[in-house]
Design a protein around this ligand. Sequence first.
Ligand SMILES: [Zn+2]
Length: 106
Amino acid sequence: MTKTPRVSKKVVRSEIIRLLRLAMDPGTPIEYADRYVELAREFSMKYRVRIPRQYKLFICKGCKRILRPGSTAIFRIRNLPVKHIYVKCLRCGEVYRKIFGSMKPD
Ligand SMILES: [Zn+2]
């Protein structure tokens, strides 16, 4: 029988943030960063803890790997038709937009 150990969500959440901060650190090699993102996502699913919105922006919706501006992704702030962030993953080619103000709390 596999039982998920009882860990407080607060602890898991801080661990997820720690991993994602490491992943976003420009000094962290991309291969490591991808692994940190993978681990953070595993924790998130296993313990049903959401990945904070500000970090979610840096995880590709297509390949679930780290989006690092200038290296694995392009980030652009655009004003038309509405103010949004244009994000393109350079590894899988996924393109998406995040609209300011209407971001769902997820
Ligand atoms: Zn991608």
